[in-house]
Design a protein around this ligand. Structure first.
Ligand code: PLP
Length: 458
C-alpha cells in the first residue's frame, strides 16, 4: 500500500499537472448516445446540416463517438491558467458542523468571474469560432453564468457576443447583465420581438417570463440569419460535456496524488454539463471495469427531467426549430414554475447522461428548493463560500449522504462538484431568509399534457 500523504485543506495541483486532453466517455460507452435527428426528415443529422448553426471543429467533436482523448489547444490551455487548476477542498468545517465520520470534498469551479464551470467550455467554443474566421456568436443564458462566460471568452478572442437572456433572470439579475455588458456583449431579454420565433412565442404566451427553451430558439435564429455568426450552447451538447471533463480529470489527479478513494460522487444536473464533466472520467473507469463508484445526479423537484421525464426524442427548444435529441425530457413546451429560483430550468438533458442513466450507471434524486437553500446556508456558514443555488442541489445530497454515514458510522468519502457561487442569486436567498420561498412541483397531469406533444420518432 502506498502511504497516505497528509491531505491539506485545499488541494491545488501544479500548473504543470493540468490535464492537456479532454476525455470523451462515448468511446467507452457500450451503447452510444442516440444521434441527433433532423426534425424535417427524422433522419440522423449530417455534419453539413449542422454547419449553418455550429463551428466545424465543434461539429466534429459533437459527432465523434470514438476518439477517447482529444487535445486541448494551447490557446485554451493558456486561458485555463487564469483560473485553473481549480482546488479540491477537504470540507472539514462542514464535516464538523454535521458531526459525520464521512470525508467530504468538493471541487470548486466558482473561482472565476462567470462564477461557474461554464467558462471551461466557453473559451473552447469561442477559440474554434475564431479559428474558423467567424465574426461573432449568439447564445441564450438563463441564470446568466453561461452568458457571462461566453462574453469573457469572446472578449478574449475579439469576437462579437449576442446574448438572449431569459426575461425573469434579466429582470431579477440586473448585475449579471452589467457584467456581460462590461465584457462587451449585447444582452436582449427573451422572448423578444427581435426574432420571428420570439414574436410568435410572445403572441402565444403574452406576459411569459421566458424559458431557456425560448431563448435558445431566438439565439439560433439570430445566428443563422446573420453572416459570419454561429450559435454556441453552454450545456446539454456532447462537445460541452467533453470540454467540462477538465473538472473530473483534475479531480482524478488530485485524488491519486493524495491517495483519496471516492465512494460517492455527486453533481447537480440542469443540462448535464457539470455532472458530465465531473463524473464521466470516473464513469469511464466503471465502464472499463476498473473501479466502482456511486454516482448521484441532483435535480430540482420543480424541473425533474430524470426522475419524472420520458426517455424519448424531443426538441431542445420551445420554438421547435432545433434538432431532436433522444434524452430524458419533460417536453419542449414545459416551463418550470416561476417561483422556482434555483436554476436548472432546462426541460431536457444531455444525451450522453440520458443513455448512461437509462443503462443504470448512475442514480438521480429530485430535491425541493426550500431544502436546497437550507443546505446552501449550512454550507455557506461552515465553509465560507456562498454557493450557487444550482450547486446547492448537490450540497443537499452530499449532506444527506454524510448524515447517513453519521447513523451507520461509515467513513465514506464523498466528493461533490461545487459548480459555482451564488453572489448574483441574492433575490432567491432573500426569499429563503424571509421564509417565503415555496416549491412549484409539476403534477403528473400537467406533465402528461407536455408528454402528449412529444414528436413521434424512434
Ligand atoms: C449552468 C449551471 C449549472 C447547470 O448546468 P449543467 O449543464 O447541468 O452543469 C449548474 N451550476 C452552475 C453554477 C451553473 O452555472
Amino acid at each position: 500500500m502506498e502511504e497516505k500523504k497528509n491531505i491539506p485543506y485545499k488541494i491545488y495541483l501544479e500548473e504543470s499537472e493540468m490535464p492537456t486532453q479532454w476525455y470523451n466517455v462515448r468511446a467507452d460507452m457500450p451503447t452510444k448516445p442516440a444521434p441527433l435527428l433532423n426534425p424535417a426528415t427524422m433522419q440522423p443529422l449530417k455534419a453539413e446540416e449542422l454547419e449553418p448553426i455550429f463551428c466545424k471543429e465543434l461539429i466534429k467533436q459533437e459527432l465523434d463517438n470514438d476518439t477517447k482523448f482529444i487535445d486541448i489547444p494551447d490557446e485554451v490551455l493558456s486561458f485555463y491558467k487564469m483560473y485553473r487548476p481549480s482546488p479540491l477542498v477537504h470540507a472539514e468545517f462542514l464535516e464538523k458542523a454535521l458531526g459525520t465520520p464521512a470525508k467530504i470534498f468538493y471541487k470548486f469551479e466558482g473561482n472565476n468571474t462567470s462564477g461557474s464551470h461554464k467558462l471551461n467550455s466557453a473559451i473552447a467554443q469561442v477559440y474554434y469560432a475564431k479559428k474558423q474566421g467567424l465574426k461573432g456568436v449568439t447564445t441564450e443564458t438563463g441564470a446568466g453564468q453561461w452568458g457571462t462566460a461566453l462574453s469573457m471568452a469572446c472578449q478574449y478572442f475579439g469576437l462579437d457576443c449576442q446574448v438572449y437572456m431569459v426575461k425573469c433572470s434579466y429582470e431579477q439579475k440586473p448585475f449579471r447583465r452589467e457584467v456581460m455588458r462590461t465584457y462587451g456583449a449585447k444582452v436582449t431579454p427573451s422572448p423578444s420581438n427581435t426574432t420571428e420565433v420570439g414574436r410568435k412565442i410572445l403572441a402565444e404566451h403574452p406576459g411569459t417570463t421566458g424559458s431557456l427553451g425560448c431563448a435558445i430558439s431566438e439565439a439560433v435564429e439570430a445566428a443563422v440569419t446573420q453572416e459570419g455568426y454561429r450559435y454556441e450552447l453552454g450545456s446539454v451538447l456532447n462537445q460541452v460535456l467533453l470540454h467540462q471533463t477538465i473538472i473530473g480529470l483534475e479531480v482524478q489527479k488530485a485524488c491519486k496524488k493524495y491517495g483519496i478513494k471516492p465512494d460517492i460522487l455527486i453533481g447537480c444536473t440542469g443540462g448535464g454539463s457539470n455532472l458530465g464533466g465531473f463524473a464521466t472520467p470516473f464513469i469511464g473507469e466503471m465502464l472499463r471495469g476498473e473501479a466502482d463508484y456511486k454516482i448521484i445526479a441532483a435535480e430540482p423537484a420543480s424541473c425533474p427531467s430524470f426522475t419524472k421525464g420520458k426517455f424519448a426524442y424531443d426538441f431542445c427548444d420551445t420554438g421547435r426549430i432545433c434538432p431532436l435529441a433522444k434524452m430524458y425530457t419533460l417536453g419542449s413546451q414545459f416551463i418550470p414554475s416561476a417561483n422556482h429560483a434555483g436554476g436548472l430550468r432546462f426541460h431536457g438533458m444531455s444525451t450522453i447522461l440520458s443513455q448512461l442513466y437509462h443503462d443504470g450507471v448512475f442514480e438521480c434524486r429530485a430535491v425541493e428548493q426550500t431544502e436546497v437553500f437550507k443546505a446552501a446556508v449550512t454550507f455557506a456558514r461552515a465553509e465560507g463560500i456562498l454557493p450557487a443555488p444550482e450547486s446547492s442541489h448537490a450540497i443537499k445530497i452530499a449532506i444527506d449522504e454524510a448524515l447517513k454515514c453519521k447513523e451507520t458510522g461509515e467513513e465514506k468519502t464523498i466528493i461533490f462538484n461545487l459548480s459555482g457561487t451564488g453572489y448574483f442569486d441574492l433575490v432567491a436567498y432573500g426569499k429563503y431568509n424571509d421564509g417565503v420561498m415555496t416549491d412549484g412541483i409539476p403534477t403528473e397531469n400537467e406533465l402528461e399534457q407536455y408528454f402528449a406533444q412529444l414528436p413521434k420518432a424512434e
